[in-house]
Design a binder for this molecule. Sequence first.
Ligand code: HEM
Ligand SMILES: *[C@@H]1O[C@H](CO)[C@@H](O)[C@H](O)[C@H]1NC(C)=O
Ligand SMILES: *[C@@H]1O[C@H](CO)[C@@H](O)[C@H](O)[C@H]1NC(C)=O
Ligand SMILES: *[C@@H]1O[C@H](CO)[C@@H](O)[C@H](O)[C@H]1NC(C)=O
Ligand SMILES: *[C@@H]1O[C@H](CO)[C@@H](O)[C@H](O)[C@H]1NC(C)=O
Length: 608
Amino acid sequence: MRALAQLLCATLAASLSLSLAANPCCSNPCQNRGVCMSTGFDQYMCDCTRTGFYGENCSTPEFLTRIKLFLKPTPNTVHYILTHFKGVWNIVNNIPFLRNIIMRYVLTSRSHLIESPPTYNVHYGYKSWEAFSNLSYYTRALPPVADDCPTPMGVKGKKELPDSKEVVEKFLLRKKFIPDPQGTNMMFAFFAQHFTHQFFKTDHKKGPAFTKGLGHGVDLNHVYGETLDRQHKLRLFKDGKMKSQIIDGEVYPPTVKDTQVSMIYPPHIPEHLHFAVGHEVFGMVPGLMMYAIIWLREHNRVCDVLKQEHPEWDDERLFQTSRLILIGETIKIVIEDYVQHLSGYNFKLKFDPELLFNQQFQYQNRIASEFNTLYHWHPLMPDTLQIDNQEYNYQQFLYNNSILLEHGLTQFVESFSRQRAGRVSGGRNLSPAIQKVAQASIDQSRQMKYQSFNEYRKRFLLKPYKSFEELTGEKEMAAELEAAYGDIDAMELYPALLVEKPRPDAIFGETMVEIGAPFSLKGLMGNPICSPDYWKPSTFGGEVGFKIINTASIQSLICNNVKGCPFTTFSVQDPQLTKTVTINASSSHSELDDINPAVLLKERSTEL
Ligand code: HEM
Ligand SMILES: *[C@@H]1O[C@H](CO)[C@@H](O)[C@H](O)[C@H]1NC(C)=O
Ligand SMILES: *[C@@H]1O[C@H](CO)[C@@H](O)[C@H](O)[C@H]1NC(C)=O
Ligand SMILES: *[C@@H]1O[C@H](CO)[C@@H](O)[C@H](O)[C@H]1NC(C)=O
Ligand SMILES: *[C@@H]1O[C@H](CO)[C@@H](O)[C@H](O)[C@H]1NC(C)=O
């Protein structure tokens, strides 16, 4: 009798948990960005509105969609075209009309993939006012996997994911340094880290789904401080400038003691090396501090330029206008130097907000968790840092601002321009010194209930991979991944991005680019300064300020602020090439001078 009761109970419990586990949206039935909504405990409906598809699962294309799909080239084809046919692109690049059309297409086709206004977050897999209005959350490109789903990835894969430490050790950890075939250098790596830390600022006190960066974009809080209080502590309140100090005749940030802003430094670091800048973690990596110093100098330089134009302006106006100019310079450099380098395109990208003025485009942005996760490009980092003729391991390098003072910015720029960064995709290229960071990003992705890699591929209009071999393009890791995850549809986003087969001679695989680029371009062009009412000379103090933005480049930024105007780019140059240029710099009119801005700018930098 008792046994029977127990059996009944167990059956009841099982059927109960079964009906609970039957959240019908767990299987992601809705295709083509249709929205899944449960209707009762075991039914669902797909909302296909404006997807261009119809049917129970939004899987049948409408007539026009069918034609578009038929005509649309695959992302890999587009990538191939853009990275080949150099001769053709050289012509297109010089015909403004064509260049504009193509750039407009790049911007709109990418940014249409980002929902704006934003929608979901870690706690809201459906639209809600709370998710829209609470800026402390990162937004989400895909809603979280519901808590009552049978497996961590919904319905696919095993009940438990493989141990994150093992995933890192088996698939991500570097055996031997793999240099990036695109020639990315450490100037790029630290620019990436410095630039993105203004909008990837996880609030670890609240949890991985929350951010301290309430501006959600390029607001330069990493230069000026996130809060007004911090900004005021960093400002000189004279001529619009930021506080600074002179060491060995060069401009450096003020100290924590001078400013009373909080910075993170370990206790053993002497006080005079506690530099204070906008972002409180930038004391950790001298490469970050290098860029912080460069932008600090740039701000004060721009203030001088503006004051000459506007002796009538007060401190506040000079400060605010300089900040807008620096935001513009940042976006210009990111699109035309940084993204240009990463893309490997022979098409010349262009920063021109006017391209979007006749388009449907929202001038707003919200940073997504997935964007943060995919930007953990830690494989860029080599095993040691080479500065001048010295080699620093991480223990010597981190939190060591004295390295900066010892070598000076000029040697930093020269050395970082020469040192090659690591390839990001392709697997097994993460320095052991920072393996914990990769493990944390896997753990946090799980905490935030990310959907599977293949669901993200679909969200960004890519075909889901059918096998692990298709993902990695090889057999060994593929077999081990299969053993660990069981099902390609249960593969996690972050490790997949890092093990994905890179495109030919490229730093990334397809998915990193096709998901990263939409977030990136939306964030850059969604900035208020790109909107029609802002994007005009008067916003930036007149033609002089506008011109600072429109002529900005990584080379001019360095040249204007680092003694001696060292040559720089975001990739290591063919050593032969650099040598020729440097040695033959004076014998102008050589063909190489045209492509070496350092030579062109050198004369102007003698004031430094
Ligand atoms: C010296 C080199 C570096 C070190 C020591 C380092 C270390 C770290 C650490 C400790 C975290 C926090 C991890 C956590 O607890 O969640 C982090 C986060 C991050 N790192 Fe790095 N990193 C380095 C270089 C880079 C580079 C070159 C990039 C390039 C883009 C990068 C991108 C990021 C991003 C996007 C985050 C997330 C930030 C946030 O959400 O607040 N890091 N890194
Ligand atoms: C829609 O998806 C469900 C679940 O994946 C499937 O059982 C059903 O057959 C699909 N319906 C159509 C019309 O394809
Ligand atoms: C945003 O949401 C978090 C988590 O629910 C909450 O702690 C915080 O107070 C909210 N912020 C605002 C401004 O309402
Ligand atoms: C910091 O760098 C200096 C070189 O400027 C070096 O002598 C010192 O050992 C480094 N500090 C640590 C803790 O490694
Ligand atoms: C410098 O230019 C001259 C011709 O102007 C050439 O003969 C020489 O080889 C160049 N030097 C180097 C190091 O390439």
